[in-house]
Design a protein around this ligand. Structure first.
Ligand code: UDX
Ligand code: UDX
Length: 482
């Protein structure tokens, strides 16, 4: 099938490349010319495992092209995906101006051929009908401005322009977005048009039939077909539920801290109950990223618009805001005054296997530590290499390119991101380089006994601390060694 994906961010580019890999003819459109030039040269502007290779292969087979020209994309696609960003406004609502601009652009270039317009961006509930109206208005404006050209290109009346709008929310996690696309738990399609729904089923047939799945023997991927608003709400409800689940386990972690229990054991114990499930029960320094914070805020805002106060969701957010500063409290308990101390952040991104810094808990830590007069250093494996997202790192952070450089003369390190390579570091060597060998394990990712054996005082989230804080200081370590 002929597909156009508008917006080549984390979601659009992965969607475009995966559909091209599945054999569709895909044109990706982006208004950022530098990004398009990069992709035309076979380079991915974002770090996502497996994406660059898939892009290059699909380009070689002629299935994937990139352009800045929306007209070319709209003319090409039978299915047009809108996948531009919908960042949060200060009020919590989604900023839909990019979706609006793209919808208008589609209307300006729409011809007579039937098209399915797919909202892939996470848009406020009700946006499907709104997008439809914008497209129709743009078509009408074009006809009024240039009746002769329009009649040559279009049917005589705007109502004769044939298109349907579908909501097809994405559930991709950054860092495993390619695998998530080919191994989805479900595909959600919302539309009032059976023709459009059939078209989407045909588009996704290779994925539904698990042609590229890790386990092709599983039954077909369930497809939830519903109305536009329900599909849009499914996306918000899924993210709000997952974010609330993490806030829940973080609340339990804070109780564990006070009663001396271990939240990792508690999570295992409750997660084995199939009604609860073991996923998204990892306690830590809070959720971040480009989706959870903005989507929960947007849902709260929508509820507000309709006269309902979403108390549970608001609490999930406030538990998370407090959690994102918990590591600083724990540092104060371990080190006392932080003014003049040097703190090393192990990891900056909001989760591993991505270069995305959007709303990462690291940003709150950096602000708070700097406010308290601490010096902040950081090491993140993704910024040790050349990376686009590098500019997102705040100026007051001293970036280091190795964990050893990071550890040098630090008074504590905080593990912010659970990058896999952080499990294999030579912590005994790092401890030797530190002024005070304290580690705040913000993701409960390290083994407390191993960290103590390496010379650290270990502090986790919702689990007992391990080691001796006094013995962690360099002077005492030197005395003991002497
Ligand atoms: C996506 C979404 O679509 C968002 O709604 C969802 O909640 C998270 O995932 P993301 O892929 O993260 O957003 O967006 P981003 O990385 O900001 O990329 C958007 C792309 O669209 C950029 O490359 C930008 O240049 C492009 N763009 C933006 C256009 O091509 N045209 C525009 O008018 C605006
Ligand atoms: C999320 C959703 O999972 C995905 O379905 C949606 O489409 C986009 O938003 P993403 O933001 O890429 O994906 O990452 P995710 O793996 O969900 O993690 C989000 C945040 O929650 C991260 O900061 C992560 O560290 C945190 N998290 C996750 C926890 O603190 N504990 C957990 O158990 C899981």
């Amino acid at each position: 099938m002929k597909v156009c994906v508008i917006g080549t961010g984390y979601v659009g580019l992965v969607t475009g490349a995966c559909l091209a890999h599945a054999g569709h003819q895909v044109i990706c459109v982006d208004n950022n010319a530098a990004k398009v030039a990069m992709m035309q040269a076979g380079k991915s502007p974002i770090y996502e495992p497996g994406l660059a290779e898939m892009m290059q292969n699909a380009m070689q087979t002629g299935c994937l092209q990139f352009t800045t020209d929306l007209a070319v994309g709209v003319e090409h696609g039978d299915v047009l995906f809108i996948a531009v960003g919908t960042p949060p406004l200060p009020t919590g609502e989604s900023d839909t101006r990019y979706v609006e601009a793209v919808a208008r652009g589609i209307g300006q270039h729409l011809g007579n051929r039937y098209k399915v317009i797919v909202n892939k961006s996470t848009v406020p509930i009700g946006s499907g009908d709104w997008v439809r109206r914008i497209i129709l208005d743009a078509v009408a404006e074009r006809q009024e401005a240039n009746p002769e050209a329009s009649t040559a290109q279009l049917s005589t009346k705007s109502t004769a322009v044939k298109f349907d709008v579908v909501s097809n929310p994405e559930f991709l996690r950054e860092g495993s977005a390619v695998s998530d696309t080919f191994n989805p738990d479900r595909i959600v399609l919302g539309s009032s048009s059976q023709k459009a729904l059939d078209c989407m089923q045909a588009l996704y047939a290779p994925i539904i039939c698990r042609v590229f799945a890790e386990n092709p023997d599983l039954p077909p991927v369930p497809v939830v077909t519903t109305d536009l608003s329900s599909a849009e709400t499914i996306k918000y409800a899924a993210n709000a539920f997952l974010a609330t689940k993490i806030s829940f386990i973080n609340e339990i972690a804070n109780i564990c801290d006070r009663v001396g229990a271990d939240v990792t054991q508690v999570a295992q114990g409750i997660g084995l109950d199939s009604r609860i499930g073991s996923k998204f029960l990892q306690a830590g320094i809070g959720w971040g990223g480009s989706c959870f914070p903005k989507d929960v805020a947007a849902l709260v805002h929508t509820a507000d618009d309709y006269g309902y106060e979403a108390e549970l969701l608001k609490t999930a957010v406030s538990v998370n805001s407090r959690q994102r500063l918990l590591a600083v409290e724990k540092l104060q308990q371990a080190l006392g005054i932080l003014k003049g101390k040097t703190i090393g952040l192990l990891g900056l991104t909001f989760k591993p296997d991505t270069d995305d810094m959007r709303d990462t808990p690291a940003l709150d830590l950096i602000t708070q530590l700097s406010r308290l007069g601490a010096k902040v250093k950081a090491y993140d494996p993704i910024y040790a290499e050349d990376s686009q997202g590098f500019q997102a790192v705040p100026d007051q952070v001293i970036l280091k390119t190795t964990p050893e450089d990071l550890a040098e003369d630090c008074d504590a390190i905080i593990l912010v991101t659970d990058w896999q390579q952080f499990r294999g570091l030579n912590y005994a060597d790092l401890a030797q380089r530190m002024n005070i060998a304290v580690v705040i394990d913000g993701r409960n990712y390290l083994n407390p006994d191993e960290m103590v054996a390496a010379g650290f005082y270990y502090v986790g989230i919702g689990r007992p601390s391990a080691g001796n804080p006094t013995a962690a200081s360099r002077s005492l370590r030197q005395q003991i060694a002497a």
